[in-house]
Design a protein around this ligand. Structure first.
Ligand code: PMP
Length: 405
């Protein structure tokens, strides 16, 4: 017997992420990378954090900063979040909020809370790879979430029953999604809520990029629209996952969940069992920095990332050959490219790294059914405008060569 032979069945669903492998390429200086969907480290509010951490470690505060704390999360941070959620149209109380170690942990807990093996999770084709990774361990069946198309909720329900379970939730990042950069508009969000009512399932709203809007009118969070329908968060089926990773720092691993109290209470029990609570000192530092500069810092991020987004869209328009199409994101970090049918993003990456030294993420990894080979994700968050111009030019040359070959 080897230990591998006695792993639980769920271990078979865990596989190495193509993205993690690719992130290693960022270390090679000669590669122009548009692969990692990470914030630009030169924009971190490092000085503000340095000050916040030293304040948290002064003699009067260090016991709290270095000690165990409550599973629900640091109360002043939850209070700050109540206020923040109010400003984006979500009235709630501290009892509706759980602090998590990044929103990634929230996705894991929600999978654990809702999915029995064989239950159906509705996800976009494509969707956030990390959500698939988080849910996979709970052995779900995936079905394609199509918002407001003609596929009847009854068909979704029948498919879930045939697969041996029921539909538990629809998961989506509705604002500037990872990987496509697209946003579900107001009408689409209302239709999704109608569909969820008929299918009687939860909605997991992943709001990781919500604060990073560069143009266009803000669309209310799905949870805000549902509260407007039902009068109180306690009657809602939407679970909102927020994160400080794209606004303040991903390394501190602080995110949050907003949900009706019975859901939060259950998530608190999961958190107690998993890691007791998120880092005390990191929550304190995030709170201090958020209180001092969240709005001004986000405004600065928006202006820098907007210029990079513009540079990428402009360069794509000039350098891509006919037959290649791409999204027009109003925010976030990503542009999604679709190549002519029959072309393969992974093969293109291999050629690209070798001949033009440009990295991106092939699209297939983002599809629960393994389709989407002719797509790829480009991230503009970490590259300067001249690098974006050079990278898109090289990619254009490569794609033209590919067509001729
Ligand atoms: N959701 C989406 C859509 C993401 O892109 C990411 C990170 N790339 C996460 C959630 C997880 O982020 P974190 O755990 O850092 O909050």
């Amino acid at each position: 017997m080897t230990l591998e032979q006695i792993f639980a069945t769920r271990a078979a669903r865990l596989k190495a992420s193509e993205i993690r492998e690719l992130l290693k390429l960022l270390d090679q200086p000669d590669i122009l990378s548009f692969a990692g969907g990470i914030p630009d480290p030169s924009l971190f509010p490092a000085e503000a954090f340095s000050k916040a951490f030293s304040e948290a470690l002064t003699p009067s505060r260090q016991a709290q900063a270095l000690q165990y704390s409550v599973s629900e999360g640091y109360l002043p941070l939850r209070r700050w979040l109540v206020n923040h959620m109010e400003t984006i149209g979500v009235p709630c109380t501290v009892d509706n909020i759980l602090i998590t170690s990044g929103s990634q942990q929230a996705l894991d807990y929600l999978g654990k809370l809702f999915l029995s093996p064989g239950d159906t999770a509705l996800v976009g084709w494509p969707t956030y790879l990390g959500a698939l990774a988080a849910f996979n361990a709970y052995e779900p069946v995936y079905d394609r979430l199509r918002i407001g198309t003609n596929r009847a909720p009854a068909d979704y329900i029948a498919a879930a029953e045939a697969a041996g379970g029921r539909i538990k939730f629809a998961y989506l990042s509705a604002d500037f999604s990872n990987p496509t950069g697209e946003t579900v508009d107001h009408a689409g969000r209302e239709r999704l809520l109608d569909q969820a009512e008929t299918m009687d399932c939860a909605v997991i709203e992943d709001a990781a990029y919500q604060a990073l809007r560069y143009d266009g009118a803000p669309v209310p969070p799905i949870l805000a629209l549902e509260i407007a329908r039902k009068g109180t968060i306690e009657a809602c089926r939407t679970i909102y996952c927020g994160s400080f990773s794209k606004t303040l720092s991903p390394g501190l691993r602080v995110g949050w969940v907003v949900a009706p109290q019975p859901v939060i209470r259950q998530l608190v029990l999961l958190k107690q069992a998993a890691d007791l609570h998120s880092s005390s000192i990191n929550q304190i530092a995030i709170h201090t920095v958020a209180e001092r500069l969240f709005d001004s810092h986000v405004a600065e991020l928006r202006s820098v990332y907007q210029r990079r987004r513009d540079a990428m869209l402009d360069a794509l328009a000039r350098h891509m050959p006919d037959g290649v199409t791409w999204t027009q994101p109003e925010g976030g970090m990503f542009v999604w490219l679709t190549l002519p049918e029959g072309q393969d993003g992974a093969a293109l990456l291999a050629r690209s790294l070798e001949s033009v030294k440009v990295a991106f993420v092939p699209g297939r990894a983002f599809f629960a059914d393994g389709s989407g080979a002719n797509s790829l994700r480009l991230s503009f968050s970490c590259a300067s405008e001249p690098t974006i111009e050079e990278g898109m030019k090289r990619l254009g040359v490569l794609l033209r060569e590919g067509k001729l070959a």
